[in-house]
Design a protein around this ligand. Sequence first.
Ligand SMILES: Cc1cc2nc3c(=O)[nH]c(=O)nc-3n(C[C@H](O)[C@H](O)[C@H](O)COP(=O)(O)OP(=O)(O)OC[C@H]3O[C@@H](n4cnc5c(N)ncnc54)[C@H](O)[C@@H]3O)c2cc1C
Length: 428
Amino acid sequence: MKEIAVIGAGAAGMMAAIAAAAKGAHVTIYEKNDKAGKKIYITGKGRCNVTNVAENSEFFANVCRNPKFLYSSIYSFDHDMVMDFFEQNGCPLKVERGGRVFPVSDHSSDIIAALLRVCKKKGVKIRYNCKVTSVEYTDDAVTGIVIVGKEKASCDSVIVCCGGMSYPSTGSTGDGYRFAREAGHSLNKACPSLVPFEVREKWPLALQGLSLKNVGLKMYKNIAPEVGDKAAKGSKKKKAVYEGFGEMLFTHFGISGPLILSASTAYEEGCEYILHLDLKPALSHEMLDKRIIRDFEDGRRKEFRNVLGGLFPSKLIPVIIELSEINPDKKVSEIDKAERTRLVNITKDLTMTVTGTRGFNEAIITRGGVKVSEIDPSTMESRFRKGLYFAGEVIDTDAVTGGFNLQIAWSTGYLAGISAAERTEYES
Ligand SMILES: Cc1cc2nc3c(=O)[nH]c(=O)nc-3n(C[C@H](O)[C@H](O)[C@H](O)COP(=O)(O)OP(=O)(O)OC[C@H]3O[C@@H](n4cnc5c(N)ncnc54)[C@H](O)[C@@H]3O)c2cc1C
């Protein structure tokens, strides 16, 4: 029986091992941690948003980079098959808002337990505390791996499932990129994505802990004028790079929450970004003005600071007052149209300047990785080395939140496992 070595017992690695073992291969997973699925454990705030029931066409629309590369893997093992896999292996699932799928128990540990049960059933060996340091080749074909401490293990195929660089405490520290580079692959630069933003303004810090639902967000990239563009006179052009609607959270460093994480998929390091937050996206400027006039009439004898409770959560009121530059003690009957217009404009357009992201330590996903043009999408095999496969986040493809990133790991892992096992069978 031919040998397959899988590097990494994360989502992609365990699924690759199970798929290969189910095809009759002898599979060993090498994991540098003392347990499997450390990252799966923290997914979905400990509940694991395991996949999404979106139709495949909708799935691809949620993939930020290189969706076409994923066609074969997704059609080989789509969300229905993922759901069947977990349900048939003792982990019942439920579908929540936005098509997000979770274990009925709300415990990510049940997803890991199901994977480990199937690994055991299929005879997959898992070697913990085994950090792989290199992959060995003769000519252009895989011959084995080297484990830290110089121990060597021979094998016919290696599936690199080391993840990216986000949340390095879970074990994903970019080793897969080194294995790819040493095999002759080129990489698109790894960057943190689905990551909170730090902002220049001081007022968001005063809102720490406040969560806002149903807000609108537009993100613009500042573009320096072309050299010689006299008309621009040093001013920067703005290019819209993201527009969305949903929930956000103010934190001790800036802003986070699903809407901000989604916006971060359009962020590139070294560029300047301005965020425009619409606190009342369902109301036009005119509708909001009428609503404020009504509130002011109802509270005619009250001071400005006491009439905003119907429009904003209490924590936000002092910030809105400060930014509107309206005297908080002024009677609302004395507030003039210009002041009201300022209040409308601030409500419809709270501006923040992004100074950076929270980096890999707080990024849900790594953007970039092994170039997809150098991997065969129908097998996940390297185009440069026979018997070398890639699966999961190590590849340059990523998606927005909603269970899509784990689906990428399950699908690419499954296809790599099947392909490695079939190649092994074919050659034996
Ligand atoms: C906080 C958080 C929440 C998330 N929530 C969700 C969610 O709810 N839904 C969703 O779809 N996605 C979610 N994601 C993203 C998702 O978890 C990842 O996309 C997915 O786990 C990637 O799987 P992977 O197998 O490619 O890599 P990983 O899960 O990172 O696994 C890589 C494994 O390889 C091991 N390894 C690395 N190098 C070596 C080496 N040299 N030798 C041996 N072993 C090695 C690591 O220890 C690790 O166990 C979340 C991510 C984070 C950080």
